[in-house]
Write a protein that binds this ligand. Sequence first.
Ligand code: ARG
Length: 586
Amino acid sequence: MFRSILTSRLQAAFEAADIAIPEGLDVVVALAADTRFGDYQSNAPMILAKQLKTNPRALATQVVEKLEVSDLCEKVAIDGPGFLNFRISPVALAAKLQVIVNESSVGVSPVEKPQTIVVDFSAPNIAKPMHVGHIRSTFIGDSLARVARFVGHKVITDNHVGDWGTQFGMIIHGWKTQLNHEALKADPIHELVSVYKAVNAAAKADETILETCKAELVKLQAGDAENLGIWKECVRLTLEQLERVYTTLDIKFDHYLGESFFNDALAPLVDDMLAKGVAVISEGAAVVMSDGSVKQEQDPFLSQRDGNWVPAPCIIRKGDGGFGYATTDIATIDYRVNEWKADEIWYVVGVPQQLHFRQVFAAAQRRGVTTKMIHIAFGSILGPDGKMFKTRSGETVGLLEVIDEAIERARAGANEREKDLPPEIKDFIAKTIGVACVKYAELSQNRLTDYKFSWDKMLSLQGNTAPYLMNAYVRVASIGGKLGIDWRYEQLPNECAFTEPAEIALAIKLTQFSEAVYDVLADHRPNLLANYLFELSNTFHSFYEACHVLNSGGIVLNTRKLLCQGTYKVLGKSLELLGITTTERM
Ligand code: ARG
């Protein structure tokens, strides 16, 4: 990709000019903020001149003399106080365009050092309401996994479902006393959640019910056959229904190693941590405490109270002998490291679990784990009123409800636009667009900010929405149709001459796909790809307005065909990386 090549050439030029780069300073080339002056830019000479206390323009001139980029750039200009502006040459652009249209990499070079990356995402809890946080995790995690895989990493996706925990005391009691078997058959997740809610409310009002639930939980943990049977059935029914939802969403997991999978590993793990001194016994519980190895502000085992730092231990075995969420996560890390040889583990989980992960990572590191562990956190989804997102009936919204409603709304739209299509096709379009809208509404947001959920905005054909992007794709596909060309297979002659600025602008945009892909990975932010996709669609629309494709001829026609084919392939691949299924009708 141009950006990284230019960056290394610029670094080499500094070296050739004998200008030492001070520690902590990075010489980089970036996409131009204003494309009137160039396609790429660097302010390195200015930053360096300030440090070295010399004249920035003189320094820039010295560097440019040593800069070898004639294969890529027409010229490198020194502008203003010492900016470098790079303009990519048409020859270099045309060459890159060839790669984009002809290779399955779509011009994205593979990662230099492929890693084994475990992506932990979605992870709903069985028999507990799925909340909107699971929507964010599901879509962000899936997209990141796709992007990492695309550049050549070995990616293992694992759905760490919450299939063990105190909620089962209530569920088992409810199962025995008030389960509606018909409702369970029709919608198991819904019935289990309502049983859970009902028992929870009853237990709050009546102490004896709470005691009964606790007793059911103890029996389950002790391996009572009847309770184990009920638990297994809950897990089976829920997973079956979840699988159907994931299929609708076109999301696959390599593994479903839920919390219960690690049950047998917990006791020996805690013993080992105690034996190694990673954990200690405190007030009857086994805990991990601060070891003073990092600054107080950064220590996950300390918290501030009334201006003082006080211990915030991570409990790995409670006084009553029970294990918790953190213990399971530490055991899960062992498994991923030992069995899967994970180089990196990515956790796509909401911001509220930040402390949990800081503690778990620190505890694992103290046990000698060197795998890179990253908490890819996200904020909340708010309702249109800016408060917690609720359904029409006032319930908190779950993944299932959102998807269903999106499909119904998209169906209404498709019915209006495409009256004459056969019902199966309309059904496909409704599902594709409905799912795409919800996914894209999520993926076009910066994951760390809270965002407002708006049906009208997400389904709109205008603006940065899935339908707008899908429409651009439909448009390129239909240009191919009019030319009698299937862009997927067409092998166009390698002849390219740009005659219009709009062509060059589109060509440049297409070559920047690889930069968008690597930006996503650098920051674990799929919205950088979404932004790119939106810009590409806009650039394509401008090209389409400025340049006739169908009634041009010769090399001009061929160039424009190449640009359309490139757009078709880059749009298609970008949508795929966001997990969005394309359709050529909508
Ligand atoms: N089940 C958890 C929840 O719903 C998320 C699990 C995330 N993954 C993990 N390894 N802790 O909050």
